[in-house]
Design a protein around this ligand. Structure first.
Ligand code: ZN
Length: 428
């Protein structure tokens, strides 16, 4: 692993390509950093004296990547869970895993270790910002530096008897995050796992607290079947888990109505949207609220659990911003956003440049961090990723998503959270 090296307080970095996301890539680009902020961007020779200059030669510099949807608490999984039975089968195995942990007292140490591992892996993959779904208030990262995490506190439940306990837990976790000054959000889990009264309370809370929202929606055909008929594999799963009251079934909310509800928050994410093309009303509502709502797709998870890839072209044609997430290591072999980009590019669904915009500017907007990140521009936080292509790049967009390209450093607020800025000459 590369060693960390501190950049000086005022630093100009030169590189072969600078992909700023404010215009075309800049060949022979440079970026100046002072006190954690970007204070200059340009081509060729940087104007004026600088305290220190580093020439990174063939390096491609991008805004720090945004993993707009993940669940870091599963970052200690060595491999994804078996996907037999699609999403309901996979969820059954995940709940079984969680209950095993709970019966062991769900040691806080286990959770903290998994989250730390996920943060480290993310930084090493060039990620500076994370949209995290948190089933409790996540512990403060133990390392001195890590990607910025917006923790969307997840709420779920179908039984009226569990409503008070869930709302109390969500409220107290959000209070803790607010006291710690940490970015937060609220996430109703999914339309098959959140009864209408809880869903309305969660969205009301987000509006009251001025927080963004995120929700898994239109993820599987089994979800559609259950919402339409009350039957199918999801019904069987919920009954097996003891979550379903067949005498007094809870009121549920249809996906298109969820979209209307989520749009009451100032910013929201619809996660997956795999089968949204079958629901014209949901697409129309999403398009109508595109100034507030983005979709986050998780291509490799969708391929594993649904055997298809996300409908990014349909969403883009409707003018909806699409960002990228990895989902968790329970459904994905790693937390590499660039590998997600590559999956879409290899399938011919987007160009390399479009995939990088999804992983930077659109991701920052989706998690309500667009004023600080997602673009390399004066006044923004110096959140940057440095990529070393296998051979000098002619097309920087294509080179950035090639499998042989390596992340050499990730900066957040001008400080390395992974790697170092001086080109590595030793083989580590
Ligand atoms: Zn998820």
């Amino acid at each position: 692993m590369s060693r960390l090296a501190e950049p000086s307080p005022r630093l100009t970095i030169r590189c072969r390509w600078l992909i700023s996301q404010t215009g075309p890539p800049l060949e022979a680009g440079w970026v100046r950093i002072e006190r954690g902020l970007i204070t200059g961007v340009g081509r060729r020779n940087p104007p004026g004296p600088s305290d220190e200059q580093i020439d990174l030669q063939d390096t491609i510099v991008l805004p720090g990547l945004v993993n707009a949807h993940t669940h870091l608490e599963f970052s200690d999984f060595e491999a994804p869970l078996d996907a037999t039975g699609g999403l309901p089968g996979w969820i059954g195995r995940l709940v079984h895993h969680r209950r095993n942990l709970a019966s062991a007292g769900f040691p806080a140490e286990t959770l903290a270790r998994a989250i730390d591992r996920g943060l480290h892996e993310s930084a090493a993959a060039g990620v500076a910002h994370i949209g995290e779904i948190a089933s409790c208030a996540p512990p403060t990262p133990r390392g001195p530096r890590a990607p910025m995490v917006r923790a969307y506190r997840e709420g779920l439940g179908l039984r009226p008897t569990g409503l008070a306990a869930m709302t109390n837990a969500v409220s107290s976790d959000l209070d803790r995050l607010a006291r710690a000054g940490r970015p937060a959000g609220i996430s109703p889990h999914a339309p098959y796992s959140v009864a209408a009264p809880l869903g309305r309370w969660l969205v009301d809370s987000a509006c009251r607290r001025g927080l963004p929202v995120a929700m898994h929606l239109h993820e599987s055909l089994e979800e559609e079947e259950f919402l339409a008929s009350g039957r199918g594999p999801f019904r069987e799963l919920l009954e097996r888990l003891g979550a379903w009251d067949s005498v007094h079934p809870p009121p549920l909310i249809a996906p298109a109505d969820w979209i209307g509800l989520l749009a009451r928050a100032h910013r929201g994410i619809v996660v997956h949207a795999t089968h949204i093309g079958r629901d014209a009303l949901a697409v129309a509502r999403l398009a109508r609220h595109r100034d507030r709502l983005a979709v986050v797709v998780c291509p490799r998870t969708t391929r594993l659990l649904s055997g298809t890839l996300p409908p990014v072209q349909l969403l883009a044609a409707a003018g909806i911003r699409v960002a990228i997430g990895t989902d968790s290591r329970a459904s994905n072999p790693d937390l590499s956003v660039l590998a997600e980009c590559r999956t879409l590019v290899d399938a011919g669904l987007v160009s390399p440049g479009e995939s990088l915009r999804m992983a930077t500017a659109h991701g920052a907007w989706a998690i309500a961090a667009e004023h600080r990140s997602g673009r390399i521009a004066v006044g923004r936080s110096a959140d940057l990723v440095f990529l070393q292509p296998a051979t000098p790049a002619r097309d920087p967009h294509a080179a950035a998503v090639e499998p042989g390209t390596r992340v050499t450093a990730t900066l957040r607020r001008g400080r390395p959270i992974f790697g170092r800025l001086i080109p590595t000459v030793d083989p580590d």
